[in-house]
Design a protein around this ligand. Structure first.
Ligand code: AMP
Ligand code: MG
Length: 346
């Protein structure tokens, strides 16, 4: 049978069309979402890419990295930080470059926040019952216990040249809880990026960082949109007070009095402690910070939670590429210069 020229052209077009369709289906990005309990919280990883096996492997590797960080930098147990916490006060202990860097960063945020961020509150957390393996309960320490803790010296010194750390007193339990989740998110995202992923989001209990843009397949093509995260409503677990659009690489962290707390006689006692009073910081319900890394966002969200709205916003406004949304105990919303405050309401 002979086919006409017209039929030939039609056939060729059909072949190209079918091939393109197959290509579109083949290159359609998958979304993979996995959750695990790590670092005492829910960790969610979302990845996008065309190769499902590669996505699975990427997520497994990222979770393994978070697990490694949990083991090393928990304040109790057998890891590197726990060992430092058990070392004789006044005695220098060799530490890894990684722990040295984390401890230096913790001291940096302590100075920046004029002491509101304090990485040596482990014993005070224990007094309130917010132990490493917190079981949902707590206790209110006596005033004497709190006064005794506050009166004793605490902290640590670092020797970068020899990579050594020294606890200044037996009263010092170094606790990186205010910074470690952000660090873990940064590291997990780095691990994900060493795999063929198109875009990714890591969320460790309200500490989020994303890379790339979310691919959204349409009938014949794939569109990309930026990642968006909601700012959690501090009193309604299913609500948000507004949304944030993240550019690739940006980190965002929320510290809240609803994340770890117990109620006693109608009073809420939560885990973010004011190093001056020894009691839970009482000015805010939540603080959300956007920053170039998850670690920076994490440290600053804890710091400004303690500082309160005025001092908190003043600090955030001095920092380049950092923004904040703060919700006070009386339900007022404060936002930094670069954000439209009207976007957020309770
Ligand atoms: P985040 O979850 O980032 O808001 O940090 C809260 C955690 O940081 C607590 O569970 C403690 O482990 C630790 N923490 C509590 N109060 C402070 C503080 N004033 N400065 C630094 N870390 C703190
Ligand atoms: Mg924090």
């Amino acid at each position: 049978m002979r086919i006409s020229r017209f039929q030939g052209v039609l056939l060729a077009f059909s072949a190209v069309f079918v091939f393109s369709l197959l290509l579109v289906v083949w290159l359609r990005p998958h979304e993979l979402v996995r959750e695990k309990i790590l670092l005492g919280t829910f960790v969610q990883i979302k990845v996008y890419g065309t190769d499902l096996d590669a996505l699975n492997e990427a997520v497994e590797d990222a979770f393994a990295e978070i697990q490694r960080i949990q083991e090393r930098f928990s304040r109790a147990g057998v890891g590197a930080l726990a060992q430092l916490n058990q070392a004789e006060p006044g005695t220098s202990v060799p530490i890894s470059q990684e722990l040295l860097t984390l401890l230096e960063l913790a001291q940096h945020y302590q100075t920046l926040s004029q002491g509101a961020f304090d990485p040596a509150l482990g014993q005070l957390e224990d007094l309130w019952g917010f132990v490493e393996d917190w079981d949902g309960t707590g206790r209110v320490p006596s005033e004497t216990e709190i006064k005794r803790f506050l009166a004793l010296p605490r902290g640590f010194t670092l020797n970068a040249a020899t990579s050594e750390a020294t606890r200044v007193s037996a009263n010092t339990q170094i606790d990186l809880g205010g910074i470690a989740k952000g660090y873990a998110v940064d590291r997990a995202l780095e691990v994900l990026q060493s795999h063929p992923v198109q875009a990714a989001l890591v969320n460790a209990g309200g500490n989020v960082r994303t890379v790339g843009q979310v691919p959204e397949p349409t009938l014949f093509w794939v569109q990309f949109r930026p990642f968006q995260v909601g700012v959690q409503h501090p009193r309604r677990s299913d609500g948000v007070v507004g949304g944030l659009t993240l550019t690739s690489g940006q980190g965002v962290a929320t510290s809240g009095d609803y994340q770890r707390y117990f109620m006693l006689d109608g009073v809420r006692y939560h885990h973010i402690l004011d190093p001056q009073s020894g009691y839970p910081a009482n000015k805010m319900m939540s603080s959300t910070v956007i920053a170039p890394t998850a670690l920076e966002a994490d440290a600053l969200s804890t710091a400004v939670f303690v500082l309160g709205p005025e001092a908190g916003i003043a600090l955030i406004n001095t920092l380049p590429e950092v923004e904040a949304v703060l919700i006070t105990q009386d339900g007022n919303v404060f936002s930094s210069r670069g954000l439209d405050g009207k976007q957020f309401s309770l």
